[in-house]
Design a protein around this ligand. Structure first.
Ligand code: UT7
Length: 318
């Protein structure tokens, strides 16, 4: 059976790390409130010269190096982002050029926090369909640039970063076993950006009704994880690691409880990275691969939920 196998991971963070204590000097908040309500202790904020495409390129380089292939072997780049460098062309083409790849399929995919899961699923289909042998799937964001820094209910929650994987089409038992994607556009006004080229001709700022998003997140994530495990013929006891979207520690705990998953099987990076939207799942994946927790052969489930609403999951034999 031809499958998309993860053969390399990489990630990148901006130079500047901002702790809750530092943030509380300019925002009416406290370390205690942020830690208690979210589990977040710090986030990274992009500075001069750092953009979604530069972070994506750095993560991609590391993933390609880990995969042991040449950039020219890549036939497909999908960059999941809601914060592209330009309205067009796709930031994926900026990454492509920075990597020195003259010709490949290259596009951005926009599903906000679920973007990496959407991109992984599309790349999996294209690899199994024979479009190419190697694909680069990246999640990269600079949400700090669409935050309203006067709104303490949102600005303390997000950070910038990038994560990437190299996928290879291979026969065998390893690779993406199943993916499930969902969207429900009726919830637009619970999590959105109040601007855009065709409406306000501005970039806009992020707006969120956090409590309502929280409620939907736990229900939707538990549902999609059940679906993806059932599709792959797995039960919770088979799962070595859950690699979740990192929005809030309380969402991760509640989802794990709902599914009967042991808390120590869940990879948690929200404390150090905050919510990096489409970057959060590949950033968490790369962190756990590089610190040795995730090993070849492990069974992983990845999940995410975000604006749209969109949500999705994947089961992977790493
Ligand atoms: O990635 C996309 C998916 N996004 C998510 O999954 C986010 C989901 N939502 C959440 O994570 C949580 O709902 C939040 C972290 C956003 C908020 O936590 P909460 O426990 O739902 O708090 P709340 O909104 O009910 O606010 C509680 C109180 C309010 O004060 P009053 O009205 O009780 O007096 C807020 O004004 O906390 C206040 N508050 C703050 N206080 C200090 C809100 N933000 C802050 C802040 N610092 N930064």
């Amino acid at each position: 059976m031809r499958r998309a196998v993860i053969i390399g991971t990489g990630s990148a963070l901006p130079r500047r790390r901002v702790t809750n204590a530092e943030l509380s000097k300019t925002v009416d908040t406290s370390d205690e409130w942020i830690v208690e309500r979210t589990g977040i202790r710090a986030r990274y904020i992009a500075g001069e010269g750092e953009t979604t495409a530069t972070l994506a390129t750095e993560a991609a380089r590391k993933a390609i190096e880990a995969a042991g292939i040449a950039p020219s072997d890549i036939g497909l780049i999908i960059l999941a982002t809601a914060t592209p460098d330009q309205t067009f062309p796709a930031s994926a083409t900026i990454v492509q050029t920075a990597l020195g790849i003259d010709d490949c399929v290259s596009f951005d995919l926009q599903a906000v926090c679920s973007g990496f899961l959407y991109a992984l699923s599309v790349a999996d289909s294209m690899l199994r369909g024979g479009t190419t042998k190697h694909a680069l799937v990246i999640g990269a964001e600079t949400f700090s640039r669409i935050l309203d820094w006067e709104d303490r209910t949102t600005c303390v929650l997000f950070g910038d970063g990038a994560g990437a994987v190299v996928l290879k089409a291979e026969e065998g038992v390893r690779g993406v076993l199943s993916t499930r994607l969902h969207a429900d556009g009726r919830h637009n006004q619970l999590l959105y950006v109040d601007g855009g080229p065709s409406t306000t001709q501005t970039v806009g700022k992020l707006r969120m009704k956090g409590q309502e998003v929280f409620r939907h997140a736990v229900t939707n994530l538990a549902q999609v994880l059940r679906e993806v495990m059932e599709d792959a013929g797995l039960t919770v006891d088979d799962i070595d690691w859950v690699v979740p979207h990192q929005a809030n520690r309380r969402i991760l705990d509640a989802t794990a409880r709902k599914l009967g998953l042991a808390a120590e099987r869940v990879i948690i990076t929200v404390d150090q990275h905050a919510n990096t939207s489409a970057a959060s799942v590949p950033l968490a994946l790369d962190t756990a691969v590089r610190d040795g927790r995730i090993k070849p052969g492990d069974l992983l489930v990845l999940e995410a939920m975000g604006g749209g609403f969109t949500w999705g999951a994947a089961a992977i034999r790493y």
